[in-house]
Design a protein around this ligand. Structure first.
Ligand SMILES: NC(=O)c1ccc[n+]([C@@H]2O[C@H](COP(=O)([O-])OP(=O)(O)OC[C@H]3O[C@@H](n4cnc5c(N)ncnc54)[C@H](O)[C@@H]3O)[C@@H](O)[C@H]2O)c1
Length: 309
């Protein structure tokens, strides 16, 4: 249905136009186009206009009247309250205890509840394990859906426009509503699940990236010590049809870093202890590369041959 240009979905090029959102047929689950000419466009709010929030705003603005709100800047909270749904995209950094600090999400939920917000509240921020149990207890007035974000920061718009999957939790009606909002994402798998599976699944994905990067770094060093070519060794691994592609399996990229992978991995390590030992070992190996070899991030990665004599 959509044309893909430079890897991006450009809804205005699809022939649908901005005012013709698609809906989901409740019986068949199929998408169809509803002519909405003359009907007021849906108002959608976004709270937290950082990397995730601004990419989402850019994509949603093709279809909806979007109101953004951030504590940085001069935005109108009352516009958020007039929205049918709001997406919460505030940061959840690693706290002192190694767990994700969700206090900003709590601040926003508290404010929405105190403002008697009656639309659907969609949390996109990555959450600590168990957060949704507390949120459903503490904010009974809110219609909460957890829909974690998986975009890559380097290509935020492209990933937001073309997600691989959309994860949803909450009551059936609210999940239906949010699924309809995401209607542009034809190709995405829809995974409707429970809160815990969404919380751990989101963290598992970034932890898997941490393990892949660590495996590649280990094999790169083993290859050099064993007088082999790291490139050929890893090519032998990732060309297998069971592996799929070379993402995070190409050598010379250095340790993992950035805003999300380390903190999400730390959340599972610190929430589950011994059973998450594999992640702990990866974390220690990654730190060793950073500390002993002086390699700070993937961007300024240097050749490990310098350190392995
Ligand atoms: N950046 C990524 O690539 C990425 C990918 C997937 C998931 N995530 C997750 O999405 C969430 C957001 O990440 P981000 O990278 O966009 O964060 P960010 O730091 O870039 O942006 C967060 C924004 O929220 C605003 N904010 C904080 N508290 C607020 C409040 N009470 N009310 C209104 N605005 C508030 C901040 O001012 C900031 O502009 C995090 O939980 C992160 O783990 C990020």
């Amino acid at each position: 249905m959509f044309e893909h240009i430079d890897g991006c979905v450009r809804p205005e090029d699809s022939g649908l136009g901005k005012d013709h959102p698609k809906e989901i047929n409740a019986e068949t689950g199929n998408f169809f186009v509803e002519q909405r000419t003359g009907i007021e466009r849906r108002k959608i709010g976004i709270i937290g206009l950082g990397s995730v929030g601004s990419a989402l705003k850019a994509v949603l603005s093709y279809f909806y009247e979007v109101h953004g709100y951030d504590i940085r800047g001069n935005h109108d909270w009352s516009k958020i309250l007039s929205c049918e749904a709001v997406f919460i995209c505030v940061q959840t950094p690693e706290g002192k205890d190694g767990r994700l600090d969700c206090s900003r999400v709590n601040d926003v939920l508290k404010r929405l509840q105190e403002s008697n917000f009656s639309g659907v509240t969609v949390i996109k921020s990555t959450l600590r394990v168990g957060f949704m149990d507390e949120a459903r207890k503490n904010y009974p007035g809110l219609r909460l859906v957890y829909s974690p974000e998986f975009m890559s920061e380097k290509n935020a718009f492209i990933w937001t426009a073309n997600p691989d999957r959309i994860v949803l939790t909450g009551n059936e009606n609210d999940m239906d509503y949010v699924q309809i909002l995401y209607y542009w994402a034809d190709g995405a798998k829809i995974i409707r699940t429970d809160d815990r599976s969404a919380e751990i699944g989101k963290l598992a994905h970034n932890s898997y990236i941490a393990l892949k990067v660590t495996f590649t770094n280990m094999m790169e060093r083993i290859s050099i010590m064993g007088k082999a070519s790291p490139d050929d060794v890893m090519k032998i691994v990732y060309t297998d049809r069971r592996v799929g592609n070379s993402a995070h399996l190409e050598p010379h990229k250095g340790p993992y870093g950035g805003k999300c992978v380390p903190k999400d991995t730390a959340e599972l390590i610190n929430a589950f202890g011994e059973v998450a030992k594999l992640l702990k070992v990866a974390d220690e190996f990654n730190d060793a590369i950073i500390n002993l070899e002086g390699i700070v991030t993937q961007e300024n990665h240097q050749d490990p041959r310098k350190y392995l004599k």
